[in-house]
Design a protein around this ligand. Structure first.
Ligand SMILES: [Zn+2]
Length: 290
């Protein structure tokens, strides 16, 4: 892939920002823009080093957007942005080191250590989505097999449910099955769906506990579309955390019984933090920026 310098790949983003600005009276009423990118980001330089799902490489996104709109622009990894936005919030009151983990099409993670966002060289510090949890498991977009993403992100949940039904589970799966369908079915008592969710939650919890032990975290906050499953997701996570804490004083010493928590607005965690960041960048706490 060639490095991209022009505004062409950014055009849809510019359109979205302009549309959003219309809701608050146009670009003139906007102070700053913050963009959350699922990928490797050089935040200080405003450059997207690589976003595999978007096909971006070495894209100077902040400079392009700032040049096109005439507004200051911040670019940050989406999960890192969400984590940083939680600093000082009630959800992590009294907690100085935590992770925000986004469960959706993939699994992203952002770290806050000793009260400050820790990005790592590429803004990817703490990423647990590509920790291998299943030897010879399903192929992952990253090139390995059996990554946490392949089990606990939305496509992995759907695939597991479809495979179990194909193996003689309760009836044929709908053609357009979603992770939400699987969670709803589990909540309604479907045994196949409950088995899939329990397994995903167990594997996810194990990886989050490992991350917490490795980085000495006090709390992990779950967000993203899959976290909209709420208690259906959290109950088996809590049960597995309880099991791991009971088995290991080390684990019990790192994460408390409520060490893994749901974000109160799981689908909006990144947007909430982006707004807070843009406000800080603009130096004003006024109108909500795009
Ligand atoms: Zn992977």
């Amino acid at each position: 892939m060639r490095p991209q310098a022009g505004p062409a790949p950014v055009t849809p983003i510019l359109e979205v920002i302009r549309e959003a600005a219309e809701a608050v009276g146009g670009l003139g009423a906007v102070d700053a823009v913050a963009i959350a990118v699922p990928g490797w980001v050089n935040a200080s330089g405003g450059i997207v080093n690589r976003a595999v799902n978007l096909g971006w490489e070495e894209l100077p996104l902040a400079a392009i957007v700032a040049g096109e709109l005439g507004l200051p622009c911040t670019v940050e990894n989406d999960a890192t942005l969400a984590a940083a936005g939680l600093i000082g919030s009630a959800l992590v009151a009294g907690v100085s080191s935590f992770a925000y983990v986004s469960l959706g099409t993939g699994i992203g993670a952002g770290l806050v250590l000793d009260g400050e966002a820790y990005r790592g060289v590429r803004g990817m510090a703490g990423e647990v989505g590509h920790v291998v949890v299943e030897e010879d498991g399903s192929p992952c977009a990253c090139g390995r097999r059996g990554c946490l993403e392949t089990v606990a992100a939305a496509p992995g949940i759907v695939r597991a449910a479809q495979e179990m039904r194909a193996d003689g589970g309760s009836g044929p799966a709908p053609r357009e099955l979603t992770a939400r369908d699987v969670y709803l079915a589990a909540a309604a008592g479907d045994a196949v769906a409950a088995t899939v969710i329990d397994r995903a939650a167990r594997v996810l919890t194990g990886a989050l506990v490992d991350l917490s032990v490795a980085c000495d975290l006090e709390v992990v906050v779950l967000g993203g579309g899959v976290a909209l499953a709420g208690e259906t997701l959290l109950a088996p996570v809590r049960a597995e955390l309880h099991r791991l804490r009971s088995a290991s004083p080390l684990v019990a010493g790192v994460l408390g019984p409520d060490g893994i928590r749901l974000h109160p607005r799981p689908a909006d965690a990144v947007v909430d933090s982006a707004v807070a960041f843009a406000r800080g960048r603009s130096g004003r706490g006024g109108e909500a920026p795009a």
